[in-house]
Design a protein. Structure first.
Length: 33
């Protein structure tokens, strides 16, 4: 989870990757709950 968040912070620099990060976190949260 931490690595995913870290990648999310780095993706903030690249808006294109931001969407992928959002989707990844959404899926991670879905599986977590």
């Amino acid at each position: 989870m931490l690595s995913g968040v870290k990648e999310c912070y780095f993706s903030l620099i690249n808006i294109h990757l931001l969407i992928t990060c959002y989707i990844t976190l959404t899926i991670a949260m879905t599986y977590h709950y």
